[in-house]
Design a protein around this ligand. Structure first.
Ligand code: SF4
Length: 547
């Protein structure tokens, strides 16, 4: 029995029409990872529900029977380093890696998902077209536009598809650099018939996503996922999950959430509530009350993330009764000043109260997420984080505490996109580790080196594709990236430029032509609000005359 036989579908796929468009929908990782991605599940089901499409799935370890000549090959791209698997899957399908090497007989390669929506430029040369933003309406618009030019030549197809709002055809835009190793001078469409800018698409509805398939082969075994909210209204200045996906949308309790949960319970007992900030749903308390009813006894409930000041005793009790032992909150830092800089509206007392409530409600553990290298961070702020962990230990004795800690990485379309990674961060992670472990507080740092790679990809331009092609043969380590940069010296700026340098507010960003939810002027205003709170405002000097 293949893994596909173990799937319990929550939709009925359409029977493909005789002339249906053959599509391969790839996920650049193993089946267990791909099938746990709610985005991938929904894109697959959306295509499988259309009789004018015949879709087959491809994972790195397994695939459904594949048509020998697909017309469209799509990738759902949600983790940066999976790019090497995308290139391997293209090779497996005998499709040239670069869009400009493909001919009429090759399929159109399209991509979507969070990595590409944030900054597609490092990968732009590998895709014929990229879907920017929410897929709900965009995917249908893409298939319909493709049908209109299905039998046309490749150039006509791409030019036609580029007219669809949210479809980005990288080859129709020219990037001009000041010089090979300097920043971008200009990004312009090849001619006046191509839109100068591509706007990321926003789906507006109070019906959000829910799983279309449940399987015990998923990484989260048998989970049925329900999207409770999309985006987050908090707008922490570094946060892609908020800024890139605005506005904040919530699923209707009676029309969307409860029916979705009840549908899921027909096939599984495990429910995952997803969203950047689930507890910010305006009817979250009503949802908890609903789930406390006896008919939901026996279900296993997981919550993706909760806002710290919404951790009530009631929430903790409901989770504890529904087989959850631990709760995760993001605090970013123990320093009140830093939290103000990043616009995290959270006081130390509220964090302490959250721990007290978690324990009182019967939870056994609390995981906190923090970050080092936040712009404006001083060494005193690290001390404040250490003090916070000690205070929590005293306030909620017996509650198992874990601090997960990453390094600040700049993300496109956020107010902190102009900042580089602070090299001090590596040292600061070590300080936290050294101090916390002896106190019995588990410390789980995210690799600093991995943060450097993330920043590189996050702020990369098209020249980076040469690096990516080399690195996949050298292995996934920072050393491999350094080696590739050395080999390509003179062909692109140094690694330091992408990763560590603070960028000039006036420079053309690699994603300047791709329009997110907020105008750049708003991002700059939010940046100024943050830098005005820096000690001695060093960057105020640097920035204020430019803002
Ligand atoms: S609360 Fe969390 S999800 Fe919301 S903006 Fe802040 S970091 Fe992002």
């Amino acid at each position: 029995m293949t893994v596909f036989n173990a799937e319990r579908l929550l939709f009925t796929p359409a029977t493909p029409a005789p002339d249906a468009i053959p599509v391969i929908l790839a996920f650049p990782n193993e089946y267990t990872v791909g099938i746990t991605s709610l985005g991938y599940q929904v894109v697959w089901a959306t295509l499988a529900l259309r009789s004018e499409v015949q879709v087959s799935r491809l994972f790195t370890d397994i695939h459904e029977p594949l048509r020998s000549q697909p017309e469209l090959v799509g990738f759902s791209f949600s983790w940066e380093l999976d790019y090497s698997n995308i290139l391997s899957q293209l090779e497996q399908l005998e499709i040239p890696l670069r869009a400009n090497q493909r001919s009429q007989s090759d399929p159109l390669v399209f991509g979507g998902g969070p990595v590409l929506t944030a900054n597609p430029e490092p990968f732009a040369d590998f895709f014929d077209l990229i879907l920017l933003g929410d897929g709900e309406d965009l995917l249908g618009a893409f298939i319909e536009a493709y049908q209109q030019v299905r039998y046309g030549d490749r150039k006509t197809q791409l030019r036609h598809l580029a007219q669809v709002p949210g479809i980005y055809v990288p080859s129709l835009y020219q990037v001009i650099y000041h010089s090979g190793t300097e920043e971008i001078q200009e990004i312009c469409p090849l001619d006046s018939k191509i839109p100068a800018q591509v706007h990321k698409q926003t789906y507006r509805s109070n019906t959000l996503l829910a799983s279309t398939v449940v399987t015990d082969k998923a990484a989260w075994e048998n989970i049925y996922m329900v999207e409770v909210v999309r985006s987050c209204p908090e707008m922490c200045r570094f946060c892609l999950a908020s800024y890139l996906t605005l506005p904040f949308r919530t699923a209707s309790l009676s029309d969307s959430l409860i029916p979705a949960i009840d549908r899921g319970l027909t096939v599984t007992q495990r429910i995952g509530l997803l969203g950047a900030s689930v507890t910010q749903h305006p009817e979250f308390t009503a949802l908890l009350d609903h789930l406390k009813q006896p008919k939901y006894d026996g279900i296993r409930l997981s919550i993706a993330s909760v806002r710290t000041n919404t951790v009530t005793v009631k929430l903790a009790e409901t989770l504890a009764q529904r087989d959850t032992r631990s709760i995760t909150i993001a605090v970013e830092s123990g320093s009140d000043r830093l939290r103000e800089i990043v616009n995290k509206k959270l006081q130390t007392e509220e964090i302490i109260q959250a721990a007290i409530n978690a324990k009182a409600g019967g939870l056994q553990a609390m995981k906190l997420y923090g970050m080092v290298g936040i712009p404006g961070e001083e060494s005193e702020d690290i001390t404040a984080t250490l003090e916070l962990m000690q205070q929590l230990k005293q306030a909620a004795p017996g509650l198992r505490l874990t601090l997960g800690c990453s390094t600040f990485v700049p993300k496109a379309h956020t107010p902190f996109q102009w900042f580089g990674v602070n090299p001090e961060a590596e040292k600061r992670l070590k300080i936290l580790e050294k101090q916390l472990r002896p106190q019995g507080i588990e410390f789980r740092p995210e690799s600093y080196k991995w943060s450097v790679v993330q920043a590189l990809i996050s702020r990369g331009d098209r020249r980076l594709s040469q690096v990516l092609e080399l690195v996949r043969h050298y292995g996934d380590s920072l050393g491999s990236y350094r080696r590739a940069f050395k080999e390509l010296k003179g062909k692109l700026p140094p690694l330091d430029y992408y990763v560590h340098q603070t960028w000039n507010l006036e420079q053309v960003l690699p994603w300047s032509h791709l329009i997110g939810p907020l105008p750049e002027t708003t991002l700059k205003k939010h940046l100024a609000e943050a830098t005005n709170q820096f000690v001695g405002s060093p960057t105020e000097e640097e920035y204020s005359h430019k803002i």
